[in-house]
Design a protein. Structure first.
Length: 308
């Protein structure tokens, strides 16, 4: 691989963790130095552009049917001999810990019962949740957190930061409208929805502008009036689940290696947070903090190369 000054490195879906030596890309950049990039589309880079492609806790948010195309894009933008490094939540470890804690909990171990509850959330919550944070966030709001040391072993620095923020921020009371409060009869709602389907422009006309009859009625209120609370809730859930927070699939060492190989990569290899074929890896502090602790201890790490 070329010297560090000549290397081209890209961090896809970087979030708030990036390094100035890299091209950093995210769908919702949190810093002016990060480029906007929708990973569900073709990557905005030429063929054979980078020496290293890296993404951490991104792949599980991509739909399973789209994962192969995304990995082929990673392959395309890598130079021959380039390295792909991927970090994803470790499904195998989650399952093993869940079964271990379940066994102890059924034997009467109270501490393990809390740990079992947390592992079940790791397994399912980010897949099934219908609101930001889901049941996992509700669990972390407990103060004191009954198994805090175990939870922090699982979620690391990000967990510490989140728990600190929750304990320092008053939680707002959220009022959720009951489905029974819908103002439009179901038959009328079905009729209006059919009209929207027949005439796509109607959606903008009905919801995107203020009503002439009542200037104070904006698009949001029009939507509630037309659809009612039950349809509105379905739209809210659908919009949330398409926004990128939920896990679309989970991976173990076998399935990730198979996905890499199917995209054309060779020799998928398990790595540790500090071990990499990328020269000077630990100085970037993408998988570890300066003190050497792992940022995402619930993840596993795998690298593969593009054939020369």
């Amino acid at each position: 691989m070329p010297s560090s000054k000549l290397r081209r490195l890209v961090n896809l879906g970087c979030g708030s963790r990036f390094h100035p030596d890299w091209v950093n890309a995210d769908i919702a950049p949190q810093n002016p130095s990060v480029m906007q990039c929708d990973l569900s589309r073709r990557l905005p880079f030429p063929d054979n552009d980078f020496d290293v492609v890296y993404h951490s806790n991104v792949l599980e948010h991509i739909r399973r049917d789209d994962a192969s195309a995304f990995m082929r894009e990673c392959f395309r933008v890598l130079k021959p001999g380039g390295i792909l490094r991927v970090a994803v939540p470790d499904l195998e470890r989650i399952c093993r810990l869940y079964l271990e804690k379940l066994q102890l909990a059924t034997s009467g171990d109270v501490a393990s019962a809390y740990d079992r509850d947390w592992m079940l959330l790791e397994m399912y919550d980010q897949t099934v949740r219908e609101k930001s944070g889901g049941a996992m966030l509700d669990f972390l709001r407990q103060n004191p957190l009954p198994n805090e040391s175990f939870v922090l072993e699982r979620i690391g620095q990000e967990g510490r930061e989140l728990i600190a923020a929750l304990r320092n921020t008053p939680q707002p009371q959220i009022q959720i409208q009951s489905m029974s409060q819908a103002k439009v009869p179901p038959s009328k709602k079905r009729s209006q929805l059919r009209e929207v389907i027949r005439r796509p422009r109607t959606l903008f006309e009905m919801f995107g502008r203020k009503s002439r009859a009542s200037p104070k009625m904006d698009g949001q209120k029009n939507l509630n009036e037309c659809l009612g609370a039950d349809w509105r809730r379905a739209l809210d859930i659908g919009r949330f689940r398409l926004a990128g927070e939920v896990h679309q699939w989970m991976y173990d060492r076998f399935s990730l290696a198979r996905l890499m190989s199917s995209a054309g990569f060779r020799e998928p290899t398990l790595r540790s947070p500090v071990d990499s074929a990328i020269p000077g890896w630990t100085k970037f502090n993408l998988d570890t903090l300066p003190d050497g602790s792992t940022i995402k201890p619930d993840s596993f790490f795998m690298e593969a190369t593009k054939s020369c």
